[in-house]
Design a protein around this ligand. Structure first.
Ligand code: IYR
Length: 226
């Protein structure tokens, strides 16, 4: 590892909490994260832009390949654009649920109860359309090759979901397939690939969530110490 005062600065911000303190912190964090649910019934109550901006700012702190930050978050709040996205997404979903998905996939979705109707794409105040950039760089206007694009954008999306949850907002990951229509609606270049839509807002007062998704895997089934 090559470091020098020209290229590196001292690390800040970690401290050294005791084991007890660490356990309290991580358990508190987990308790909070555990309460997150994918919400499909949204209220039309507005959410101010500054909160969305804060969430995206948090997401933008994610690690990425060569620190190129290969992401763009198009935050759609305009009713006309949300309508366009809903109509295009529902057209894709109709084909999906009419058979394109295949029997196994449709069986897997049955307990969640989803269908081609996506009213929340219009009801929720914000649709954060996330784009992955094949080329770019740290500075605006750079055109370098990006690396580990999906990993990077996936990590940033995870942080975005956690930030929205921390802010008290409900989210839903929505992935119509294909989503190429998003480039035109969000006015993004063809070189960017739509990654997913994060629906963000307040849950509807009468929101319900599938029992099915309450069950999280047992720790024994997801963790191994070697
Ligand atoms: N995108 C579709 C289908 C869908 C797929 C998966 I995998 C889900 O976990 C949920 C839905 C839809 O939004 O209905």
């Amino acid at each position: 590892m090559k470091t020098s005062p020209e290229t590196h600065v001292p690390l800040e911000g970690y401290g050294e909490p005791s084991w007890e303190e660490m356990l309290v912190r991580v358990r508190t964090f987990h308790e909070k994260l555990r309460k997150r649910r994918s919400v499909r019934h949204f209220s039309d109550k507005p959410v101010i832009k500054d909160v969305i901006e804060g969430c995206v700012w948090a997401a933008g702190s994610a690690p990425s390949g060569a620190n190129h930050q290969p992401w763009y978050f198009a935050c759609v709040g305009s009713p006309e654009k949300k309508r366009q996205i809903r109509l295009a997404a529902e057209a894709e979903e109709r084909a999906f649920y009419a058979g394109k998905a295949g029997e196994e996939w449709l069986d897997a979705l049955a307990p969640i109860g989803t269908d081609a109707e996506k009213p929340y794409l219009e009801t929720a105040p914000w649709l954060i359309c996330i784009f992955a950039q094949r080329r770019g760089g740290v500075d605006a206007g750079e055109d370098n090759k990006n690396y580990y694009i999906h990993e990077s954008v996936g990590i940033a999306t995870g942080l975005l979901i956690a930030a929205c949850h921390e802010a008290g907002l409900a989210t839903l990951v929505h992935t119509p397939n294909p989503m190429t229509f998003l480039n035109e609606i969000c006015e993004r270049p063809k070189t960017e690939k739509p990654f997913l839509i994060l629906v963000v807002g307040h849950p509807a007062e009468d929101a319900v969530v599938p029992k099915h998704a309450l069950k999280k895997k047992d720790l024994r089934d997801i963790l191994g110490f070697l």
